[in-house]
Design a protein. Structure first.
Lengths: 183, 281
């Protein structure tokens, strides 16, 4: 399935856990330090450095770009570390997240409540994923260096729906499907 | 006595950092290809295809396989008849890492003041170095860039001796299950049994330097490895934990004698991007 970003309610309603999806359009990068600042801004009632409504955040800290490269290797980082910052961002209108690994209960509930989707990209496929990133601009928190918020333009960016708005959870469902009992 | 020059060590470490992060070892590639043959889950197959394609692209263009180019873990085997000349061994290894990560456009992920300011050291130093003195006059250097995703899932338990093999099996399976997709399965599960607490963890990590799936030389330990691998894969987590047959490429177990009252067991994962490069000087 091909999807154009940013996301709308109509699009997220069509997505189900396990769907193999290609993303096209704009997304934003943010890791631990940027998340801390975004959530602090929300708590203080300040404006966020970009309009988060309908947007997708990609949990990534790329390697430095070599000369001639748009971006260095750029695969997903472990999402669990950002769990504590995620519900306030979803409440502010964030519609999609890309990372790797499972999410805690509070995040899974917030995804349903705010109608947002959690995607996974293949962890460790950094060179491959970087080829789908066509343009990179720093848009906030430049002082954070590699952890600054960047605006990415992507084409055919491969992800899988992990948690949908209906409570579907690929990791739980997948494990149950392939589990065997060993005496 | 044989002289080994510090400058050579530094240059070798710098080269190994770049090779390890960009070139997936042949044994890992073969293990991933076999996993692709065995995997039944359609999503799992697609993930393995992306992993294999990624390895090919990285090799062709000498680009980092993964953005997390890791803590630089280095294993040194120093021959007792080798004589290191022309500088401070620890310093030249550190300089080699700095040079490798800077010139190789690798990500610098090390922070000092770990519980407070967490300031990036800007060149991925210091490495974590494990040194062993062995017979001979050579120096063997293995560089293992270790990503945070898998390293953070490390587990240690000091079991009661009565818990035995069953206790170890349950502990390993729980570690794999709780780690889920975080260590980037299919992983290599390193298991250290015996010694003391810190030694069990070191054994688990050292086991990851073995060729993937190469059994332990001890028959009983090799049997435990086979049994653990079957049970780990029966969990059904699969590639990236989306569900599937291949959760681990291999389980490697290393053991050491332990105290009469103890049964330490540690699990240290290696992600599918099982990066390792070595040289012998």
């Amino acid at each position: 399935m091909d999807i154009t970003l940013p996301l709308t309610d109509e699009t997220v309603e069509k997505l189900h856990a396990g769907d193999d999806v290609r993303l096209r359009g704009v997304m934003y990068t943010a890791r631990d330090a940027a998340h801390r600042r975004l959530v602090e801004a929300i708590e203080k009632g300040e404006a966020l450095p970009f309009d988060i409504r309908g947007q997708v955040i990609y949990y990534v800290g790329p390697t430095p770009a070599k000369p001639g490269q748009v971006i260095g290797s750029a695969g997903p980082t472990t999402s669990m570390r950002l769990d504590r910052y995620t519900p306030p961002l979803l409440a502010a209108g964030l519609k999609g997240i890309i990372g790797k690994g499972g999410r805690g209960l509070a995040v899974r509930e917030a995804l349903k409540q705010y109608k947002a989707v959690y995607f996974i990209a293949v962890g460790g496929a950094g060179t491959l994923l970087a080829r789908h990133i066509k343009k990179v601009d720093v848009v906030a928190y430049e002082d954070l260096g590699p952890e600054a918020v960047r605006r990415l333009e992507v084409e055919d960016f491969p992800v899988i729906v992990c948690n949908d708005i209906y409570g579907g959870d690929l990791l739980e469902e997948g494990k149950a499907r392939y589990r065997l009992s060993v005496p | 006595m044989r002289d080994i020059d510090c400058q050579t060590i530094k240059e070798t470490v710098a080269r190994l950092c770049q090779e390890a992060t960009c070139l997936l070892p042949e044994d890992v590639l073969q293990a991933l290809k076999q996993a692709r043959q065995k995997e039944e889950s359609p999503l799992g197959q697609k993930i393995l295809d992306q992993i294999l394609e990624n390895a090919e692209l990285a090799r062709k263009e000498m680009l980092p396989l993964c953005q997390d180019t890791g803590t630089t873990v280095i294993f040194l085997e120093i021959g007792q008849d080798a004589h290191i000349v022309g500088g401070d061994l620890n310093e030249c290894i550190k300089q080699g890492v700095s040079e490798g990560y800077t010139k190789g456009f690798l990500r610098k992920s090390m922070v000092e003041r770990p519980f407070s300011a967490r300031i990036n050291t800007q060149d991925n130093t210091p490495p974590v170095v494990h040194t062993e003195i062995v017979p001979g006059d050579k120096l063997r250097i293995q560089v293992m860039p270790k990503g945070g995703g898998c390293e953070n899932m490390t587990r240690l338990a000091i079991l009661l001796p009565a818990e035995g093999k069953k206790g170890i099996t349950d502990f390993v399976l729980r570690a794999v299950e709780e780690a889920g997709g975080n260590p980037c399965p299919p992983t290599i599960v390193g298991v250290g049994i015996g010694g003391t607490a810190e030694m069990a963890v070191a054994l688990a990590k050292k086991s990851l330097t073995r060729k993937v799936g190469q059994p332990n030389a001890d028959a009983e330990t090799a049997e435990l490895e086979r049994d653990l691998l079957e049970r780990v894969n029966a969990l059904g987590l699969g590639p990236q934990a989306v569900g599937g047959r291949i959760t681990a490429l291999a389980v490697h177990v290393e053991t050491y004698p332990t105290h009469i009252t103890s049964l330490p067991v540690a699990v240290n994962f290696q992600c599918h991007s099982a990066r390792l490069a070595e040289a012998v000087l």
